[in-house]
Structures are given as C-alpha cells and as structure tokens.
Design a binder for this molecule. Sequence first.
Ligand code: EPZ
Length: 417
Amino acid sequence: MKILEIKGGHKLTGTIRISGAKNSVVALIPAAILSSEDVTICNVPDITDTKALCEILDFLEVDVKKATESLIINSHNMVNKEIPSDYTKKLRASYYFMGALLGKYKKVTMALPGGCSIGARPINLHLKGFEALGATVTNNDNIYTVEAKELKGANIYLDFASVGATINIMLAAVLAKGTTIIDNAAKEPEIVNVATLLNNMGAKIRGAGTSSIEITGVEKLNKCFHEVIPDRIEAGTYVILGAAIGENLKITNIIPEHLEALTSKLEEMGVFLDIGTDYIIVSSSNNYKPINVKTQTYPGFATDLQQPLTPLLTLCKGQSKIEETIYENRFMHIPYLNQMGANIRVKNQTSTIIGPTKLTGTDVVATDLRAGASLVIAGLMAKGTTRITNVEHILRGYENIVEKLLDVGAKLELKEI
Ligand code: EPZ
C-alpha cells in the first residue's frame, strides 16, 4: 500500500504547470470510439483514471497508440462485448461507454460503474435519456443492457443539470436519426470540450456550455485531432495551496475564466491574486476574513473544490461556512482536519470552520479523491509530519502531484509500506 508522508510548514514558491482535465479526458476517451478512424487526443493527463479507461479500450479490442501526453484511438476493429465489473468498478466515468457503445452499436451491456463514496451517485438521468432516444434498459444484478432497434432524436429534460447525464446523452444521440434537445443541461467546461471533440469528428452539436444543447444526428463520424482542456479543479487546488503557504507560487496552463467562482471567493477572503491570461500567481497572507461558500453547478462554486478549500479557511479570523448542495456525503475529510487541530463542525450539509487555528501533522486517511487533496494541503500547512494512507484516491486525479510539489519546495515522499 502507498502512503504519502509530508513534512509541513515550508513556504512553496516556483511554478506548477496544470495538466489536462480528468473530468474531460474520462469522457473524451470513450467518445473516441464513435469514429472508426484515428482520433488523436493530446494533453492527456497520466493518471490512474486514464489508465483504467485504456484498459477498457484494450478489452474491447480498440487499437490504442500511446505517446507522451497523447493517445491515438482507432475503433475500426473493435468488438462490442459485455464490460465486466472488474473494469467498470475502478471509476464512475466508465459509464460513458454506455452512451458511446449505445450510440455506435445501438446496444451495450456493462456492469454498473463504481466511484467515490461521496454519495449514492445514481444514473437514473442517464437511463432516462437513453430511453427517450428509444432504448430499453434492463438491469440484471447490476449488469445493465441498453439496446434499441433505432435511436431517434428526442426532447429530454434533465431533472438535475447532471454533468454525466448531459455527456452520456450527447454520446448516444450524435448518430441517432433526427434531432435531440437536452434541456436543463449541465454547463461545465468539460461538456464543451467533449462537444468540440464530437464536432471535430463531424457531429452537429450546438449550445454546449448553455442549458440547452441541440444534437442533429449524422451518418458517421470521422478522424480528428483534439486537445484536453486544462484541469480547472487541479488548478483550483494549487491556487488554494498557494493562498495557504505560497510565496509568488505561479500556477500556469490554466483558463482563469473556469476558476472565477473560486478566485472571487478567495479575493473576498483577502487573498491577492495576480491573474494573467493563462496563469495565476498567489502568495499567502496572515490576514484572511471568513467567507461563506455554497457549492453549485457550473459556473457556481465547484463541489470538487469545497474539500480542498476547507483547510485554507482554518486560517481565517472568524467563522466561515461551506454548504454542499450537490452530494450527500462530501465531508469525510473533516474529522481528520479536526484531528490535526482544526475547529470544524458539520450540520445539515454545511460545515462551519472557526479560525484561526494551527494545524499539526498526524496520521490521516484519504476517503475520496478531493478529501485526499484537502489532506495534502493540510499536511503541507501543518507543523510536523502527516502520513496519508489510501493515497491511491489522490493519484486518480492529480497527475505527478509529488513531483509538482517537490519542484516548488514541498517536503514529501510517496512510500510503499
Ligand atoms: C461529475 O460527476 C464529476 N466527475 C464530479 O467530479 C463532479 O463533482 C460532478 O460532475 C459535479 O460537477 C466526472 O466528471 C467523472 P453529476 P457526475 O451527474 O457526472 C445526482 C471529482 O472529484 N445524479 O453532475 O457523476 C448525483 O447523485 C468528481 O473529480 C442523479 O441523481 O456528477 C449527484 O448528487 C467527483 N442522477 C449530482 O446529481 C443521475 O443520473 C451530481 O451528479 C446523475 C446524477
């Protein structure tokens, strides 16, 4: 088992380059099989989620050529087989193969995807979309079969602006007959990145990034070249770290507009941010005001950043609050932060952080991806040594996190125990 051992209390200075977005690439890889020609995707982050999806491509006999930070995917000789849970349980985003295989073959059989323990994470809205397109869904002991004689465009209203459902329905609709409208669609930048890939392949998608997306079915999709957008959650995590213990810490290769909900909250706290065209420079200060944050769908404050933000709020002079509105169990980092010396209580999906408090290193557990990121930030802020177990959660979503932190002066080591 791997653990991350952090010796905290060191100022971080230098440059961290942000990688391609995990929550985009995990949809782009399945989407690529909708073409039967070479689909080249560059700026691919080398994270375990990418590896897990490439294992599924190999299982389906898709031809994958790997180069540095890029993949060339060709599904010309692929075989549409039942995807067992050994593959799908590794990550929730395996469910994008449902939309892609349904869209390509009008049939898919696969085990229910896995995911973090942050909530029930049902897929009812995905299945509602598939059924609206004419598919029937059967579930035998969590093995889903979704099939259709013909996929026909439909008007689909999403009860919740679900990121996954929006993308999965797009994947199923691009080769359907006729036009599909997704209303109350999610507006996250990753959705625009996927729609751009599909349009580069020859699809006809309009309105991605707005709450109404129109997909006009086409006969076939072709080869293309595409780039993964920078990871706004990785970027936000490191900007928060810089506000906690940075000294002119420069976060580069970002799209600042994707971080506006975070940067405006940090500025409200009293963090000074030098925001450039594709970078942010941030330094810590010892005079932070408390803030109130409520997680929302994009462009609101990202739920994925509320956990990394929490340790920073322990520096504020007063009471801050974070209300989590997207997931039902996204506060599992709090007990560990309190063990480190924080003063945080949770009630009715809202955490209240009383500051300022000093953090001291201790042994903690990463319960999910962003809780793990929160503990890394806390460990780097704390006096003494912090050991994080279950660190595999963190490696799923933060490419080369140890190297990136060592390069800016952090003292940490990934150990096998
Ligand atoms: C994506 O998950 C991201 N994951 C999540 O990031 C992110 O937190 C989330 O969007 C919201 O931004 C990937 O992109 C791989 P949702 P997704 O569908 O698509 C409910 C991370 O840390 N819901 O918008 O699963 C669901 O229970 C991860 O990188 C239904 O009820 O998010 C949840 O409460 C964590 N029925 C809410 O919607 C459905 O059919 C948000 O889900 C689908 C979702």
